[in-house]
Design a protein around this ligand. Structure first.
Ligand code: IMP
Length: 832
């Protein structure tokens, strides 16, 4: 055989193996034949075939971690917003083409099968998606890492729009099988709640001994999802905990003889992992949420120590083998839980345990919004975690001694820094606990980290300056460019190769020069146009709105929140609408305003903003004077999967939060990577995006963070802006008068009231004129297609810094002290 023939025959073998495995899973795993197999079965069979590849590498990787026994990192997060896994796994394993061909040779549509997969939506927004991007980067960079979270039975709700308003539908994602998870019946930990603490004196040592007794126990059972790296043998683990009632529990209640009551009790104890709390950037303060947080913290600490103790007996080695990163304060109970285990179960003394704990833990802050800072009533601890309350009080006593020594005669400082807030109801400040119990505290963009040091955590920074650092967020280019935008990624490959998939800085080096290449730009524009056409078809299918693919796609997709200022975007749309109404013949740049995003079910203002967007859409889209030149579209059920089709089709990225409120943002990075220009404030990572792409290639408007603070100080009066600007006044009066809600004229007055009568907390009115003027510059540039395309290419080319690979490298080197491990097939491995 010639070399070519050998190649062909190997290809055929590969295809045959894939087809064989696929058909075997369809028949033997799912019990289906050609008469009964649905499309969803075919997806599952395909997923199982891919999982075979994952499991092989996963076992090699996990064994290597034990054999080398290097330091591991545990990323604990209440949220992992993973989206779909099949396409991403195929890309990371390098099997996309093989599987596509095999599926197509069976006469099936590959994309259709990929679309059968449900999103794993175990998160609300940025924080959860960041955790998912980090898992991809940690595996790709061969970092020995684990994600730990909760296997919620119901993820983030599915959003439908009825009569312009959000309707929530439960996301019962586990009703169908989840082919990616491996249940680990043997990995069970007991998580205790309630009960009381008995203090005795050890006869031999004379020391006090605490025992937590009469507890109600819930079991945490592990479910593992393999996380493949890109072009590497490494497959890491995402371990999610599910609540199961304990055997003792079952015995106790079932023996009481009331069978139905016993089953009810059992179900109650399993509600802990039932549902994700659907609020983003705000805390709900519910007892069930508190229990969820402890459930995650406790099960994870026990798992970490179980793995450590397989290899070691000396607990003092723990910080050399284990780093734990807390994704916001939500898993902070892991700190007192670690102390409890080290002291009560491992019998270490306080000082030894405290030193180990601080060296193991690191804390990432994600927000400075006061309503999102976690405060738990002391009485929750008294009832649910009595032993932890003792520990937290002891940590606080020691800490206050430390403050007194460092800053004598400063009682206000002590009151501000204390872990216990002493208002009429005593509360535990989880951020203070996280800072005191960690060796590292980081913000997620440069501005945000500065605000932490100078403002929110200023006292702590003065006491522990060495703890504070910045780790600017990032995104994985594998999902957000290679997979989401195959046309653009092939175009980039054609010119510079695919090196950017592993090192995004390659775009800075090699794509930048192409921004001056007319042939490249022409192809670039064709790709964008194709992606826009595809989104037009989706919009037409979902919303029955006809959209012009040549119009400027002006897009704001993210959680609906007052600080993100979707309302400011609406004020601009209504301004344009009024200008058209005044002068229907005047030229306007055609624009399609696209919105998507969920509102927390209990967040009335956010839900009203959705209704307003749809109210404006109804008026604008059907007005003959507008003649289709501007359209407004609200796409329901924003999710990772929907995002993957929106970013590639966007021209303009709206990042318009009040300066100083958005910690980082990561949508901003996904847009720019897909060649959208940004209109934004100097907030979060927008500032660093501006630094990377150049001031001339981004549209910046509005007050900066210092100006916002200063204007607040000077007693900001929104009415000054309202009275001085007739266009603004008209827009607000129109909204208040019911123009966009003819059936319920006062529907939107709460929104206009919040701006005019309740202080306009997020200063929309102060930024309105600057925003509208900036949008005029956007429109003018869009008319120059080549210049726009050039700037779009320069935006993508400036995104090197925003790969989560860079972020993870900084965490690994700067916080965790962890090196990559090169995993080889068959279990051989090398340290880098
Ligand atoms: P876990 O760390 O206990 O969750 O186990 C995960 C995987 O690591 C197992 O399925 C094994 O493949 C591997 N593993 C567990 N214990 C050992 C060990 O002692 N030596 C080598 N590999 C191990």
């Amino acid at each position: 055989m010639t070399g070519e023939m050998i190649g062909i025959s190997e290809e055929l073998d590969k295809q045959m193996t894939i087809i064989k495995t696929f058909l075997e899973h369809l028949e033997y795993t799912l019990g289906k034949d050609k008469y009964s197999a649905t499309k969803y079965d075919a997806f599952n069979a395909l997923a199982y075939a891919v999982r075979n590849h994952l499991v092989e590498r996963w076992l090699d990787t996990q064994q290597a971690y034990y054999n080398l026994d290097n330091k591991r990192v545990y990323y604990i997060s209440m949220e992992f917003l993973m989206g779909r896994a099949l396409g991403n796994s195929l890309i990371n394993l390098g099997l996309w083409d093989d599987f596509k061909e095999a599926v197509e040779s069976l006469g099936r549509d590959f994309e259709e099968l990929l679309n059968e997969e449900q999103d794993a939506g175990l998160g609300n927004g940025g924080l959860g998606r960041l955790a998912a991007c980090f898992l991809d980067s940690m595996a790709t960079m061969s970092i020995p890492a684990y994600g730990y979270g909760i296997r919620y039975e119901y993820g983030i709700f599915r959003q439908a729009i009825a009569d312009g308003a959000q309707v929530e539908i439960p996301d019962n994602w586990l009703r169908y099988r989840n082919p990616w998870e491996l249940d680990r019946q043997e990995h069970l930990h007991t998580v205790k709640f309630y009960g009381r603490v008995i203090t005795t004196i050890d006869k031999e040592t004379g020391k006090l001994v605490r025992e937590w007794v009469d507890t109600e126990d819930v079991m945490a059972m592990a479910y593992d999802t393999p996380i493949p790296g890109y072009q590497t043998h490494t497959v890491n683990t995402l371990r999610l905990w599910s609540a199961k009632s304990s055997r003792e529990f079952d015995l106790r209640f079932f023996n009481e003889g009331n069978y139905i009551r016993a089953v009810e009790k059992k179900m109650q104890s399993e509600t802990i992992s039932k549902v994700l709390y659907p609020a983003d950037n705000v805390i709900e303060g519910k007892e069930l949420r508190f229990k969820q947080e402890y459930f995650l913290a406790s099960a994870t600490v026990h798992d970490v120590l179980y793995r450590f103790k397989k290899m070691h007996t000396d607990m003092r080695l723990l910080p050399d083998k284990v780093a734990i990163q807390l994704n916001d304060t939500h898993p902070t109970l892991a700190i007192p839980e670690m102390m409890r285990v080290l002291i009560d179960l491992e019998h270490l003394d306080w000082e030894g345990a405290w030193d180990i704990t601080k060296r193991v833990f690191a804390y990432t802050n994600h927000t400075i919004l006061p309503e999102a800072l976690e405060l738990w009533p002391v009485w929750f601890f008294e009832q649910i975690l009595p032993r932890h309350l003792q520990i937290v009080y002891e940590i606080n006593d020691q800490f206050i001694k430390e403050i007194k020594a460092a800053f004598p005669d400063d009682p206000h400082r002590i009151a501000r820094m204390s872990i216990v807030e002493e208002h009429w109801e005593r509360k535990i400040r989880m951020a203070n606990l996280a800072i005191v119990g960690s060796h590292s505290v980081n913000g997620v963009a440069a501005l945000h980290s500065e605000i932490l040091k100078k403002d929110l955590f200023r006292d702590f920074y003065e006491m522990y300056p060495e703890k504070f650092n910045n780790k600017t967020n990032g995104i994985t280019q594998r999902r957000w460019l290679k997979m989401a935008n195959p046309l653009l990624s092939s175009l980039i490959d054609e010119y510079i190769g695919d090196c950017w998939t592993r090192d995004l800085y390659e775009l800075n080096a090699k794509l930048k020069p192409l921004a001056d290449n007319p042939e490249f730009l022409a192809k670039w524009m064709k790709v964008k146009r194709k992606n826009k056409e595809k989104l037009c078809r989706y919009i037409h299918k979902m919303n029955e709105i006809e959209v012009d693919p040549d119009s400027l796609f002006d897009v704001q997709v993210k959680r609906i929140h007052e600080y993100k200022r979707q309302l400011l975007n609406v004020l601009h749309i209504v301004t344009l609408y009024n200008r058209i109404k005044d002068n229907p013949k005047a030229f306007v740049v055609p624009r399609t305003f696209i919105f998507a995003g969920k509102a927390a079910p209990a967040y009335a203002a956010a839900k009203l903003i959705i209704r307003l967007i749809n109210g404006v859409a109804a008026a604008v889209n059907n007005d003959p004077d507008v003649a289709g030149r501007i359209k407004v579209v609200f796409l329901a059920n924003y999710s990772v999967t929907l995002a993957e089709s929106i970013f590639p089709a966007s021209d303009l990225s709206e990042q318009i939060s009040t300066a100083g409120t958005e910690a980082s943002g990561t949508g901003n990075m996904k847009f720019a990577l897909n060649g959208a220009l940004t209109i934004g404030t100097l907030d979060g990572a927008n500032i660093e995006i501006m630094e990377e792409v150049g001031r001339d290639n981004i549209f910046i408007f509005g007050l900066n963070a210092a100006e916002v603070a200063e204007l607040k100080e000077r007693r900001y009066n929104p009415r000054d802006y309202y009275n001085a600007d007739p266009e603004l006044k008209r827009v607000l009066d129109q909204i208040a008068s019911g123009f966009f809600s003819p059936d319920i004229p006062d529907l939107f007055t709460p929104l206009t009231d919040s701006l005019l009568n309740l202080g306009d907390h997020y200063m929309l009115l102060a930024d309105y004129a600057s925003y509208v003027a900036c949008q005029e510059r956007v429109g003018a540039l869009f008319l120059d297609k080549e210049e726009w395309a050039k700037k779009a290419a320069l935006n993508a080319a400036g995104m090197g810094k925003f790969s989560s690979d860079r972020t993870i490298k900084e965490y690994a080197e700067g916080i965790w002290g962890i090196k990559p491990i090169d995993i080889r097939p068959g279990g051989a491995e090398m340290e880098h």
